[in-house]
Design a protein around this ligand. Structure first.
Ligand SMILES: Cc1ncc(COP(=O)(O)O)c(C=O)c1O
Length: 347
């Protein structure tokens, strides 16, 4: 394949490439034969890194992708008569092609949100049918951290949700596809916004933070993971050449690479929002607490801008668009995009 001129975009943190340190780790792991399916030194070392961050009694399972992590993590703790409560904007609700419903058999109960965050007061009314056989039985509250709207739950908000969940016989699941961005945004450690805040199951994101692929399902209560090795295999998420996911995670969780990547992406989002916010026809619609920027742009200009820097329209009706930054976004990307926006909107 001929090399093409490298293109830049604000479409998704998944559109970025792989962080060089991570790529080096893959290459370094490409030596000799090791036992497949995770019984190898790279996987042991990666799990030890997870233990450094989250504590020893944490169960970690590597998987190929984020949808899979959510689906099989939820499957592990539910029966088909259960319900999973989430935000209407949640990836599990809108971007997983119904996979959580198909594989868990559970009903999703989506709650409307302005900012991607759900609150205890909204959940209470969903519990009126507990114990009543005609109703699904809520078992999991699933939240995204950071949220699909680029906002972040504070430890206080997380603790309120987890206490409420546990008091009512439920579990707190976190879709942490962007957990690094959330922790960096809050200037906290990974543990403080997961385990210490009462999260039970975490989908730990790697791809958006600089990995090539690979995520982890993390259980903070080992009992919940009792049969998970079977569920992962049956759910088609047991990677045979696991060492290549493990090596990436070891690199990401060493020397604060995860935090540096996330801090950089978040800083780029803050600058982008600040610069776009100065343009009179543009309205920033969400707080920028991680690496996403949401803005309303007059619709006629959107296709023109997308030609040079692709990004997604989030809401056709309101002409709200989403910009995502990543570990490799540069200030130059922002400068030239903002200049293009100014020029386009003047015409
Ligand atoms: C919030 C969230 N969760 C999970 C995922 C995982 O998706 P994938 O299955 O594409 O790895 C994504 C990807 O965009 C996401 O944004």
């Amino acid at each position: 394949m001929k090399p093409t001129k490298s293109k830049r975009s604000f479409a998704s943190d998944n559109n970025a490439g792989v962080h060089p340190r991570v790529l080096e780790a893959i290459v370094a792991a490409n030596r000799g034969h090791v036992v497949a399916y995770g019984d190898d030194p790279y996987t042991k070392a990666a799990i030890a890194k997870f233990h450094e961050h989250f504590g020893k009694s944490t169960e970690i399972y590597f998987v190929f992708g984020g949808t899979g992590a959510n689906v099989i993590g939820l499957k592990a703790v539910t029966e088909s008569y259960n319900a999973i409560i989430c935000a209407d904007t949640a990836h599990i609700n809108v971007d997983e092609c119904g996979a959580p419903e198909k594989f868990t058999g559970c009903k999703l109960l989506p709650l409307s949100t302005e900012d991607g965050k759900i609150r205890v007061e909204q959940i209470k009314p969903l519990l009126h049918g507990v114990g009543f056989e005609h109703h699904v039985q809520p078992k999991v509250i699933s939240i995204s951290q950071s949220t699909e709207m680029g906002t972040v739950y504070t430890p206080h908000e997380l603790k309120r949700l987890s206490r409420f969940a546990h008091k009512n016989g439920m579990l707190l699941h976190m879709d942490g596809a962007r957990i690094a961005n959330a922790a960096a945004g809050l200037t906290l450690d990974l543990r403080e916004i997961t385990r210490d805040a009462g999260v039970d199951i975490l989908s730990f994101g790697g791809a958006k933070n600089g990995m090539m692929y690979g995520e982890a399902v993390v259980f903070f209560n080992a009992a919940l993971a009792e049969n998970f090795k079977y569920i992962r295999k049956q759910g088609t998420h047991l990677p045979s050449k696991m060492r290549f996911i493990s090596a990436q995670f070891e690199a990401l969780l060493s020397n604060d690479l995860w935090r540096r990547n996330a801090e950089h992406a978040n800083r780029m989002a803050t600058i982008l929002a600040k610069e776009l916010g100065k343009i009179p026809q543009i309205m920033i619609t969400q707080k920028v607490e991680a690496n996403g920027v949401f803005a309303i742009i007059p619709p006629k200009y959107i296709p023109l801008l997308q030609k040079s820097y692709f990004f997604y329209v989030w809401n056709e009706e309101t002409s709200e668009v989403r910009f995502m930054t990543s570990f490799d976004t540069t200030e130059d990307d922002i400068r030239s995009f903002v200049a293009l926006v100014k020029k386009t909107l003047r015409n």
